[in-house]
Design a binder for this molecule. Sequence first.
Ligand code: ZN
Ligand code: ZN
Length: 410
Amino acid sequence: MTIDPIKLDRLAEVAVRTGVNLAVGQELVISAPIEALPLVRRIVVHAYKAGASLVTPMFNDGEITKARYEHGADASFDAAPAWLFEGMGKAFSEGAARMAITGDDPMLLAEVDPKLVARVGKATSIAAKPAMTPIVGFAVNWNIIAYPTEGWAAQVFPDLPVEDAQSKLMDAIYDASRIGGDDPVQNWADHTAELKKRVKWLNDQGFDALQYTGPGTDLRLGLAEGHIWKGGASPALNGIVCQPNIPTEEVFTCPHAYKVDGTVTATKPLAHQGSVIEDISVRFEAGKIVDATASKGQEQLRALLKTDDGSSRIGEVALVPHSSPISQSGVLFYNTLFDENASCHIALGQCYADTIEGGSELSPEELQQKGGNQSIIHVDWMMGSDAVDIDGITLTGEVVPVMRGGEWAF
Ligand code: ZN
Ligand code: ZN
């Protein structure tokens, strides 16, 4: 078995037409693992058919990434190509759209010293700011999809020969991405309408906080002042309606960076920067994580939390029912794009400015005053399951069921 070329082509078409929703005459900047070349070629075809003025793909490679850790001089671990990110930032400010392909081997750097990985991660995040700001601020239309690389497929289906594992992972990506059936564009329109219903109800409630109760979890999570729930396709500031994540099952908003208290235990492993962190459990005091443990990858977790002032506070809270198709598939993807859409989650680090009313017009300091967290990182991790209940708490202290046993309660 090999990866089905028809599925690959349809994924590419949906990414261009529904995902990024490329406008006629718009430039497109793509980044991808070199193994994803067959998918990128199909994306380029569909992008030019949709009227792209120019498509510029950029590739990375796991072996090349590892070579740096094996042979690079110590000073190499604080270096990052600022010139490249400045160029990408310039492209976005001049109107280019962005597409990213995920699918790297989740265990690529598992044997590398976590301190070196953290140094590279920090240097890269700082240098990447000009390229990331238009994305987290939703200034341009963007989209992320996945390609089943060998290393990733072997991690998800370790008992299969690698070609079969890739083929099976492609099928799982395809199903999770709602591309099956005759009309994927209509599938996505229906799915978005369903998400918008949840978004509307949550916005109408105007909750002050959420209370999570489950095994190892007792958390009161305050919401930012003027927070707005979002989900599904929405317009970027350039006016183009896009679907940033494919798949997506979440509705999400901005938590209050200084009003989170209690303990929370992860319900899935977190694949982060080439290694897997398992059984995360943390305790919050006034929004800050003051204690963090993991059964595996604890050193990576603690290094991540120390990245900067905002990396031990949260910037996103998202609700996903346990019955989401990704969750029902029973596949543990070891990839955040998929696992976060199978489970309620929170994200350490940077908030999305557009999840606060008028947030796109506010300075980082003004966002922070409303509770919007600021950091160079944004790392989602999963804390939902069929054993977690969530209540909304209104400004007057009224308690309203939001989720029961991992399912919507309204
Ligand atoms: Zn999310
Ligand atoms: Zn996130």
